[in-house]
Design a protein around this ligand. Structure first.
Ligand code: MN
Length: 250
């Protein structure tokens, strides 16, 4: 089964072609970076039941698109999961930090009021702050930290509060990324691509089907067979799918 827990279908040069290539059975968490992109992206994924579209507002756009939070509030009831959301502590975004923090708090509060949501979370250079915010909103839902790049202490904090981790081929290529994956709880690791932003070895954007490489990469790292890893990831994906369906029934 294809599992890609974080990709940007709407940002490929030809989104319809990528969407048309996806087949059941799959679990694809198609994230968005602005609430205004949600309806169109939802339509893109609506042909395949395993494709779920996240309602997101990326931290890099926190200042520029702050006005779209009202739209996010009005759409949250229809959204099975939230993402891409989070915080980004990169130096070039320092001046937007107060906006980012205000927005992320509002989003976690919104998720709580909505009864909890699966959340696909960006935490680059902000892992400790992200976990501290998640601690403050324990009923916001199930956090999946995408492309986690914090240190081991931050990883332990994230594990402690029940975070899941989505890991992609690009992360598995770096020694540091592999070191983090070695320490992650195996039952809470799922594949992702972060396509089209993340690239393959040849510098081409990863396609959601490249997420299939993750099972083999992780199996080697953990000293397990690909079958054992694939089986565990399928169970994890099914747990995430169940949580999203519960939202639909609420
Ligand atoms: Mn992303």
């Amino acid at each position: 089964m294809l599992i890609d827990c974080h990709c940007h279908l709407d940002l490929y040069p030809e989104p319809a072609l990528v969407a048309a290539s996806l087949r059941e059975p799959c679990l694809v968490l198609s994230v968005t970076t602005t609430p205004s992109a949600w309806r169109g992206t939802f339509a893109l994924g609506s042909r395949v039941t395993g494709v779920h579209t996240g309602l997101g507002l990326h931290p890099q756009l926190a200042e520029e698109r702050a006005g779209e939070f009202a739209l996010m509030e009005s759409l949250v009831g229809a959204a099975e999961f939230l993402g891409e959301v989070g915080l980004d502590g990169s130096a070039e975004l320092r001046k937007t930090r107060p906006h980012q923090e205000r927005l992320f708090n509002s989003i976690l509060d919104l998720a709580t009021r909505a009864g909890g949501r699966v959340l696909s979370i960006h935490s680059r250079r902000a892992a400790e702050q992200v976990t501290s915010r998640l601690r403050a909103f324990p009923d916001a839902g199930t956090p999946i930290l995408h492309w986690f790049s914090g240190n081991l202490k931050e990883l332990r904090l994230a594990i402690e509060i029940g975070c899941w981790f989505s890991v992609g081929p690009a992360m598995l290529r770096s020694r540091r990324g592999r070191g983090l994956v070695e320490q992650m709880p195996r039952e809470r690791v799922l594949p992702e691509t972060d396509g089209p932003f993340a690239l393959d070895v040849a510098g081409r954007p990863l396609h959601p089907t490249n997420a299939r490489e993750v099972q083999a990469g992780v199996a080697e790292l953990w000293g397990e067979s690909v079958e054992v890893v694939a089986d565990r990831m399928a169970k994890g994906a099914s747990a995430i799918r169940t949580e999203m369906h519960e939202v639909g029934r609420a």
